[in-house]
Ligand binder design. Structure first.
Ligand code: ARG
Length: 466
């Protein structure tokens, strides 16, 4: 940065200053290196602001036309990579305004009438995030659609279901995938919900108190696709709830993905060996030739850390801030942008990877057989024969103890062996002791029966059509 360019006369706000900004302070306070991501939103806001000013008679039609044309050129320069961003001009807003004025002269200087960077930046972030949420929801839908395909393919594939990571009851793999689907369904809904609240136009709030020009805030709101103008100017320039809500929804989404990741890591280990991750989503070890590491799930599991961190950053940034705008708020962008990038990247990797995993059905089946996973079915069987559930629990506990001693699953015991624990047991017991019988019996809304998985897939396909 040259000292020459660092003169107060170059600043768009330089009028009242008697010495140039300290060179380090200039860099320290600048945001252009990261807020240039909102350039197209900034231009869209300026186009509408100029049209609104001309509509209410504050700006001439000629000036408005010149601004539109000038902004087209600035946009072209930015999109084609020709635009020269300058730290001396501090942020995206002043870089664009200065470039516009360089192109069209005085009309460019009239653009900022009745506006402040405070309502401008609040508008830009909302426009930017609103669009990003569309991309995120689309990616969630792609992942959900992959999960539905997988659930359909593996609707009757039996695996052990776990509680405390101990074998609990047999379930179907399709049912497990539909559990992930449900988490994603809520995540998408949270994203869309926060998008609704964010979709109000702060334009016109100006610095904090509104403006003395006869502006038409409804027009600006409508032109920018907002549902309505915000209702209070002080709140408009200082509110960042929408960014915090988005980060909270993202933290939860990433938490869900980290849980899925953990299961993929466990399932693909040699000890479980339930699934095979496609090679293209794994990497090897530079020293151990035999290794195939589940990098993608591990990395996604790890990335939840930074997203949780960004949520805490934004909450802390906002805590105790007096109304209205404070420069603190410039610190909202990096956490927000990194959250967006991390969420989009993680979803993309998952959406690509999930449909390509293969199930090792025999291994899952064997594992389900090992942990007395049909013990509850035996208890339910005895209840149906008239035994109170607590007594049935006791009887089955004893049968399991024998199974542990003799290394036999309940389904592998003989009828006389089982009958020593209760004379209510007869030869129809074997229907409930098989894994297939166990899962098929849980045939109600939300149950693991293959028939229910098929129904859940049909419902799921309808749910993601919004
Ligand atoms: N770069 C600033 C931000 O990100 C824009 C608003 C600056 N407003 C001000 N009065 N300094 O928040």
């Amino acid at each position: 940065m040259s000292q020459d360019s660092n003169q107060d006369k170059d600043k768009l706000w330089g009028g009242r200053f008697s010495e140039p900004t300290d060179a380090f302070v200039e860099q320290f306070t600048a945001s252009v290196n990261f807020d240039q991501r909102m350039a197209l939103q900034d231009i869209a806001g300026s186009r509408v602001h100029a049209r609104m000013l001309s509509k209410v008679g504050v700006l001439s039609q000629n000036d408005c036309d010149a601004i539109q044309k000038g902004l087209d050129e600035v946009e072209n320069d930015i999109v084609s990579g020709r635009f020269e961003w300058s730290v001396e001009l501090e942020d995206v807003h002043m870089n664009i305004e200065a470039a516009l004025t360089a192109k069209i002269g005085d009309a460019g200087k009239r653009l900022h009438t009745g506006r402040s960077r405070n309502d401008q930046v609040a508008t830009d972030i909302r426009l930017y995030l609103r669009e990003q949420i569309n991309f995120i929801v689309a990616e969630i839908r792609r992942l959900q659609s992959g999960l539905l395909d997988l659930a359909e393919r593996e609707f009757d594939t039996i695996m052990p279901g776990f509680t405390h990571l101990q074998v609990a009851q047999p379930i179907t793999f399709g049912h497990h995938m539909m559990a992930w689907f449900e988490m994603m369904q809520r995540d998408a809904s949270r994203m869309m919900d926060c998008q609704v609240r964010m979709n109000q136009s702060p334009l016109g709030a100006a610095a904090l108190a509104g403006t003395s020009y006869p502006i038409d805030r409804e027009f600006s709101a409508e032109q920018l696709g907002f549902d309505q103008p915000t209702r209070n100017s002080l709140d408009s320039v200082s509110d960042r709830d929408f960014a915090i809500e988005f980060c909270a929804a993202s933290a939860l989404l990433m938490t869900h993905l980290s849980r899925c990741s953990e299961e993929l890591v466990i399932w693909s280990s040699a000890q479980f060996d339930f699934i095979e991750l496609p090679d293209r989503f794994c990497t090897g070890s530079s020293i151990m030739p035999q290794k195939k590491n589940p990098d993608v799930p591990e990395l996604v599991r790890g990335k939840v850390g930074r997203v949780n961190g960004h949520l805490v950053s934004l909450l802390t940034l906002m805590k105790s801030q007096p109304l209205a705008y404070n420069k603190d708020n410039q610190e909202d962008k990096e956490p927000l942008f990194d959250t967006i990038d991390t969420v989009r990247g993680s979803l993309r990797a998952f959406a690509d990877m999930m449909p390509a995993i293969t199930c090792k059905k025999d291994n899952m089946y064997k594992a389900a057989k090992q942990g007395f996973s049909t013990a509850t079915d035996l208890a339910d069987y005895l209840v149906r024969k008239g035994l109170p559930f607590r007594d049935a629990h006791e009887v089955v506990g004893k049968a399991v103890a024998l199974g542990v001693d003799t290394a036999k699953d309940l389904s592998e015991m003989t009828l006389p062996e089982l009958q020593q624990f209760s004379d209510m047991i007869s030869d129809d017991v074997f229907d409930v002791l098989t894994l297939e019988g166990s899962v098929a019996a849980r045939n109600h809304i939300g149950g693991t029966a293959p028939e229910q998985v098929k129904k859940a897939v049909v419902t799921g396909r309808l749910l993601i059509q919004d």
